[in-house]
Write a protein that binds this ligand. Structure first.
Ligand SMILES: NC(=O)c1ccc[n+]([C@@H]2O[C@H](COP(=O)([O-])OP(=O)(O)OC[C@H]3O[C@@H](n4cnc5c(N)ncnc54)[C@H](O)[C@@H]3O)[C@@H](O)[C@H]2O)c1
Length: 307
């Protein structure tokens, strides 16, 4: 999703081949996810809470699910990938459930919310996280509007559906926390292809709009904007750009794309942000976009020559 540094056409896009679960990245991603589970801080910040997370079969959603469970929540994983979703729920243990859900279909989203309430009694946290990249030419002049519609259907409409149906069950209870995964590419232009960037701008905007209504019902809604993390989605795109490159080299490129020295953005950093926003620690935080980028989008340096 991010523009790389190695050339003007360097754009992280496309997802299909790797999402088909073929190829050698899977073991790496699984081991990374497991490592990230082990670095989560266990606690009780979400004791007794019930969360529904879309796109939680893998990547950022999966690590968030593990973090929520480690903090006392029960979690429903809603994902279009039934095999991986069930596998993830089994891996996360008795406090995880899986329900199949394509967020493009409003009925699926509605059913996922109803499943959560009927299985676990209530819905406290709705985490709209499912998202896809775009694979379109980088110039606006060549934009593929059919692909644009598909990306918007998942990344924006899917989140609107999640907010709508979570609100349906949260409003009567006068409480709840809704989260949406946006992106640094929705904060700054030029970091990704237009389609993806526009979809993530819209997520930040829709959170602001809906917060104006939900505050009257005691419901908080916020977005999280991650920097680049080497999930399946990103690795798949990077593999296309750096065709033939070793996985280790690609990960190294990603891990050195930021500005904060000595560290890099990991899925657990996003999960900890979600944990904060979902918990009562953030009880007076709503309508915000929490950017997790080590300062990347906070500044630009003047390009003066050396004195
Ligand atoms: N990884 C990053 O660097 C990064 C940065 C910024 C934002 N994001 C966003 O984070 C979110 C999670 O992405 P990730 O990096 O973990 O990728 P990922 O591919 O590992 O996870 C995405 C999950 O969403 C599921 N999914 C896709 N389409 C769906 C649909 N229509 N309905 C339900 N589930 C669907 C996939 O099956 C997958 O399990 C996305 O919204 C993405 O745009 C990722």
């Amino acid at each position: 999703m991010l523009w790389g540094r190695a050339g003007a056409t360097m754009f992280v896009s496309g997802v299909r081949s790797f999402l088909g679960h073929s190829g050698c990245l899977i073991p790496w991603i699984q081991s990374t996810a497991n490592r990230e589970f082990s670095t989560n801080t266990a606690g009780s910040k979400l004791h007794g809470k019930v969360a529904l997370i879309t796109g939680a079969a893998s990547g950022l959603g999966k690590v968030a699910a593990a973090t929520f469970i480690a903090n006392g929540a029960k979690v429903v994983i809603a994902d279009i990938d039934s095999r991986l979703g069930q596998e993830t729920a089994d891996q996360l243990g008795p406090h995880a459930r899986f329900t199949p859900c394509n967020v493009v279909k409003e009925l699926d989203v509605s059913n996922a919310v109803d499943f959560t309430v009927s299985e676990l009694g209530h819905l406290d946290i709705m985490f709209n996280n499912a998202g896809i990249p775009c694979k379109t030419p980088s110039s606006i002049a060549d934009l593929d509007l059919a692909r644009f519609d598909q990306v918007m259907a998942t990344n924006v409409r899917g989140m609107v559906a999640g907010i709508k149906h979570a609100s349906r069950v949260m409003i009567p209870n006068k409480t709840g926390s809704i989260l949406c995964t946006a992106s640094v590419t929705g904060v700054l232009g030029g970091m990704s292809q237009h389609t993806y960037s526009i979809s993530k701008c819209a997520v930040i905007g829709l959170v602001r709009s809906v917060s104006s209504e939900l505050c009257r019902h005691g419901i908080r809604i916020n977005s999280i904007s991650p920097f680049v993390v080497p999930t399946r989605l990103v690795m798949n795109e990077m593999k296309e750009i750096y065709a033939g490159a070793e996985i280790g080299r690609i990960i190294d490129i990603i891990n050195h794309a930021g500005v904060l020295e000595g560290t890099s953005c990991e899925a657990v950093d996003i999960a900890n942000a979600a944990l904060y926003l979902a918990s009562d620690d953030a009880k007076y935080v709503s309508g915000q976009n929490l950017v997790i980028d080590g300062g990347f989008t906070a500044f630009k340096s003047l390009n003066f020559p050396q004195p």
